[in-house]
Design a binder for this molecule. Structure first.
Ligand SMILES: Nc1ncnc2c1ncn2[C@@H]1O[C@H](COP(=O)(O)OP(=O)(O)O)[C@@H](O)[C@H]1O
Ligand SMILES: [Mg+2]
Length: 234
């Protein structure tokens, strides 16, 4: 008998969400967070009701990318995410006060699952999940608990990245998680083999971090905006 009530609580919490997009990648520092944050801003900018959930406990950074200062979820039969630049935003950083969170293994999964169970998203067209790097227990738990999440994989132009990516995609497929597509980040443009799109290295991106309006004007955002159609994100 399954006595864990969380899967059913989480599916109720996510009942009003049309699509869940899990932005993942094989390691840290490859652009998962800038992709997840910018994608959320682009979707919201197109009038779609959008949420962003930063689930990377060790490396939460969407609050910095969006410049979400002084925001905090409201308690209302759970937690209501605050609006940040038109995006409903939830982050593990709200609870860690900018300290690194020294959680390991099962604790990481538990903390993430707990947040999924208490967050009230309401009605959304898209919920973007900024996933923890790699395929570990926490990442697999999120996909399992959230159910029906579509995987958007970020990779970089390297043989190593491709190698790991191939294995990860195979695992997602075996888990039954649909793979929406792969974007190659920090590439040279064009349409790399095996990827839906290339997001070019953008020297202007760093300066725009923390300012959503500026972020939307970067070449990175333009590249991602063009990739959205090919990724069926509209
Ligand atoms: N296409 C790009 N052009 C320029 N800088 C980038 C690009 N993609 C990511 N970066 C930078 O690389 C760093 C890591 O990106 P981040 O999104 O935090 O990676 P991850 O979430 O995978 O750890 C950030 O400083 C980000 O601004
Ligand atoms: Mg990140």
């Amino acid at each position: 008998m399954n006595i864990d009530p969380r899967p059913s609580v989480i599916s109720q919490r996510l009942a009003g969400v049309r699509r869940i997009i899990a932005v993942t990648g094989w390691k840290g520092g490859i652009g998962k967070s800038v992709t997840a944050s910018t994608l959320s801003l682009l979707l919201a900018g197109r009038g779609l009701r959008t949420g962003l959930f930063d689930l990377d406990l060790a490396g939460a950074s969407d609050h910095v990318i969006l410049g979400a200062k002084g925001l905090f979820p409201r308690e209302e039969k759970g937690l209501e995410p605050p609006l940040c630049a038109g995006v409903k935003f939830m982050s593990v950083s709200f609870f860690s006060e900018n300290r690194a969170v020294p959680l390991r293994g099962a604790n990481v999964s538990d903390a993430i699952i707990e947040l999924l169970a208490i967050t009230q998203w309401g009605e959304l067209d898209f919920l973007v999940l900024d996933m923890p790097p790699g395929i570990n227990d926490a990442a697999l738990d999120v996909l399992r608990f959230a159910g029906r999440a579509e995987v958007l994989a970020v990779t970089t132009p390297s043989v190593l990245a491709r190698e790991v990516l191939g294995r990860s995609l195979e695992l997602y497929r075996r888990m039954g998680a649909p793979v929406l597509g792969v974007v190659e980040n920090m590439g040279r443009g064009g349409k790399p083999a095996g990827a839906a799109a290339s997001l070019r290295l953008d020297p202007g991106l760093e300066r725009a971090l923390g300012r959503p309006a500026a972020l939307l004007k970067t070449r990175f955002a333009a590249d991602l905006g063009r990739a959205m159609r090919r990724l069926h994100l509209d």
